[in-house]
Write a protein that binds this ligand. Sequence first.
Ligand SMILES: [Zn+2]
Length: 296
Amino acid sequence: MRAVGIMCGVTLLAAVHAGIAAADEATDPIGKGAETLPIFDAHIHYKALAWGPYPPATVLDLMDKNGVAMGLVSSTPDQGTITLWKFAPKRIVPELRPYHGVYGSSNWTKSPEMADYLENRLDAYPHEGIGEFHVRSFDPEDEPLLRQVAAMAKKRNIYIHIHSGKDPVDLLYSFEPGLKIIWAHAGMSEPPDVIEAMMARYDTLYADTSYREWDILGNGTGIDPDWRRVLERFSDRFMVGTDTWVNSQWESYAELIAANRQWLSHFPRPLAEKFAYKNAERLFGREVSKALIGTR
Ligand SMILES: [Zn+2]
């Protein structure tokens, strides 16, 4: 009898402890726990200038060392993405960047063969998005191509990854309601209230937070209260990222991932996990875990 009584007491104590731990985890900042979360880096580029100094094995090594289990990769030209994906198919989600040859961020919409190029590449490889591409200011002459690009993404049920302000995102949704859009850098310079209104308006709008780490961190004051409101309200829509658009970003890769972990540390575990990798798991139908580190 006595032994049973003690056992019940121990079980009860364990249950109470578990209950307290769960309650705390749901509300307390994850803190140092953010340092060991697996990361899905939603904004990687593997451009031609990186291929020499950062061969695929070196890129994977950087991901491994920084706890980056998987990443969304687009490159100028697309060959970089395919090289990396073939090297490590379990770790790389490929998306198709339009830029190639003489066509880059400022003039890709002017290429007469762009639509054919995109269709051919999408037929040849399992890209899960079109982007990241820039639309700086909308030229009405570009409308036919942008309509085609939106239709291509919709038909194939893949993402558009666009670097732009608010207006080009509205434009793409006017062409194809229900399009799945990843808003690069959450609009880069759009303020939290604009991001919030856009997320409220479009159910299928997501964002990567690359280049916004410092904004989110309130320029060093903690978490900016407006960012906190938007991130909490739309916690299913944001993914962290680094944006390795120049080699200096690869050089700083450890610091960039650390900055992401720093802002994640201010959120409770369930939210930090969503931003770090769980939203990406859902969006791309992958399992992202630390078990992937060291694999290809
Ligand atoms: Zn980028």
